[in-house]
Design a protein around this ligand. Structure first.
Ligand code: F6R
Length: 607
């Protein structure tokens, strides 16, 4: 969601804060701001819109100060406006916040009754006001912050600076991620390792419900009862988190094109040199003793779970329940001691998925986190990590993380099937061979981008688009629709092809394109019947199938796209490519902001 950064430096903080905010812009871009302490006063600059507006402002009016905080906002309380932009300053304290304060109405009313006034609609200003009141009562910054933290309910990562102190920055977290970076004569704190990658490679992840007091040569960590703790330092390979577009116009396009290489890399790491057997991280889930699996995630990651359900049930004969993470813990799910829990998340920080993981842990289920960010909260809290190894994903619309999630889940499925004695070693080897054909097949699709561009010049004129498919391709219809609506803003829905006639077919006319993923598999004929139902009602069909599927189809489709032939085990992974490219080139056609679509943020750390 929002991105926060704090620096206690040895030279002007402004350039480093801006550099870190550039890395954090993927977390929100409704407004941004920076504040520093200089000559015993707090100076602020804030701007509405993308970070470029703040940079323009700072070019005209730079700020001095070696200690400072910065923020890029994804609006929760209050519209994107200058008043609501962070940092918020009240009296002698300024702060930036990522998260949501649930008891902010009560706190705000209490403060108003005590005579405080507010200039913004945010929950963050309430924190600043509360802390300022305590400072005025004579408390030290440390005492005022701890007291404030203990009065907050909800999720937060916070960074505070104080007017009369040019060598103290206090940061705290509960529920939202926060990491401290160790420099030489300077210290940093930020929402994630990406923000700090160009500043340092020595990090300490701040623990849940902990705060840290930073000066320019040390960091002291405490829990909210002021007990000092000593968390470990980790060293990261900064290059692995440094990011650039490498000549591509958009991160999303770069990430789509990276799929052959990241999938190859991930598969190599799951199979060892002989490629005959899945060899997962040292500690494996004990699938043989599980009676079922419950899988939770949000958005695109949830669709990956949908595909995995087909695989787990068919190949490993293990029943799977799938839940949208924000719903899971509220529906009182039934499970036993032998139920395993898998959460899937690119960021490893999505608040709802994290809450689902904690719910499963509390119920003593064995938990597996299928994550991209190996230092994320989910990775640290789950019993077992299954890293998807997609590399940093910056585009808000998830692409390579989705296909890598599928590859990781497919590998877990094969491991489960072997443990449960549902496949022989030669069958396992055959499945692995199919997975290894993916990089080549994906490259073949990528070579046909021009055809997709032509299709999108027409497709992007539509106001509504339907995606249909059957079986393990059905989640791809859902994913295709999500991807299209989030970056091109064209309304789209995904349906199981057989479900159209139960309602959605009423939408069909010649202005509603229907995109059908129909590889030539055992469900092909049935899907073709559904396509004919659409055509008979004047619908305009884009048929995405392989050579055999296109050849066998008799009827008038509006357009077709030929996919390479592949085994049906891997088709849900391969068909992610046309879903992604159709969305990408429709967005280009419409001239939208592909990497930073409106109203969205990459990492959703609020519930
Ligand atoms: C869509 C998209 C989102 C994420 C969802 C979960 O393209 O990226 O739907 O999949 O917000 O995020 P993670 O995977 O970080 O938990």
């Amino acid at each position: 969601m929002c991105g926060i950064i704090g620096i206690v430096g040895k030279s002007s903080a402004q350039p480093s804060i801006i550099e870190a905010l550039e890395k954090l812009e993927y977390r929100g871009y409704d407004s941004s701001g920076i504040a520093t302490v200089s000559d015993n006063s707090i100076i602020r600059r804030r701007a509405v819109g993308k970070l470029s507006s703040l940079k323009e402002l700072l070019n005209k009016k730079p700020i001095k100060g070696e200690i400072g905080i910065g923020h890029t906002r994804w609006a929760t309380h209050g519209a994107p406006s200058l008043e609501n932009a962070h940092p918020h300053k009240v009296g002698k304290v300024a702060l930036v916040h990522n998260g949501i304060i649930e008891n902010f109405h009560e706190l705000r009313s209490q403060l108003i009754s005590e005579g405080q006034t507010f200039v913004s609609d945010t929950d963050t200003e309430v924190i600043a006001s509360f802390c300022s009141k305590l400072l005025e009562s004579g408390m030290s910054p440390d005492e005022a912050v701890v007291n404030t933290l203990n009065n907050l309910e909800g999720a937060f990562a916070l960074c505070f600076i104080f007017e009369d102190y040019d060598n103290i920055l206090i940061a705290a977290r509960k529920g939202s991620p926060l990491v401290v970076g160790w420099g030489s004569g300077e210290m940093f704190v930020g929402s994630d390792a990406i923000a700090l990658a160009s500043l340092t490679n020595q990090l300490t992840y701040v623990g849940e419900a902990n705060y840290v007091v930073l000066s320019n040569n040390e960091a002291k960590f405490f829990d909210f009862q002021k007990k000092e703790i000593t968390p470990e330092k980790v060293f990261i390979n900064s290059e692995s988190v440094l990011i650039s577009k490498n000549g591509y116009r958009h991160f999303m396009h770069k990430e789509i094109n990276e799929q052959p290489s990241v999938i190859s890399y991930a598969l190599g790491s799951y199979t060892g040199s002989d490629r005959k057997k899945i060899t997962l991280p040292s500690q494996l889930p004990n699938f043989s003793e599980m009676d079922r699996i419950t899988m939770t995630a949000c958005g695109t990651a949830f669709f990956a779970c949908n595909v995995a359900k087909y695989w787990f049930e068919k190949i490993s004969e293990l029943p799977v329940d799938i839940d949208i993470a924000s719903e899971y813990r509220y529906r009182e799910p039934i499970f036993s001691k032998s139920t395993g829990a898998i959460v899937v998340s690119q960021s490893g920080e999505t608040a709802d998925t994290l809450a689902a993981l904690r719910f499963a842990k509390n119920k003593a289920m064995q938990t597996v986190a299928v994550v991209n960010s190996e230092n994320s909260t989910m990775a640290r809290e789950a019993d077992i990590i299954m890293p998807i190894r997609a590399g940093v994903e910056v585009g808000v619309a998830s692409t390579k993380a989705f296909t890598c999630q599928l590859v990781a889940l497919a590998s877990l499925v094969l491991d489960a099937a072997r443990q449960r004695k549902k496949i022989s070693s030669s069958e396992e080897e055959e499945f692995i061979e199919h997975l290894f054909t993916l990089p080549r097949l994906i490259n073949e699709v990528l070579l046909k981008e021009n055809e997709i561009i032509n299709i999108c010049s027409e497709l992007a004129k539509a106001q509504d688009i339907l995606f249909i498919a059957r079986g393990s391709l059905y989640p791809l219809a859902l994913e295709g629709a999500l991807k299209l609506k989030e970056i091109s803003y064209i309304h789209a829905e995904g349906y199981a092809a057989g479900e159209l006639k139960h309602g959605p077919i009423a939408l069909i006319d010649n202005r509603v394109p229907v995109i059908c993923f129909a590889p030539s598999n055992i469900l092909y004929e049935k899907t073709v019947s559904n396509i004919h139902e659409v055509i008979a009602r004047g619908g305009k069909v884009l048929l995405v199938s392989d050579r055999k599927g296109l050849k066998d189809f008799s009827g008038d489709v509006w357009a077709s796209f030929e996919m390479p032939e592949c085994d049906s085990f891997i088709s849900p992974i391969l068909y992610a490519l046309p879903a992604q490219l159709l969305a990408y080139y429709s967005a280009i056609e419409k001239g939208t902001d592909v990497d930073q679509p409106r109203n969205l943020a990459k990492s959703v750390t609020v519930e």
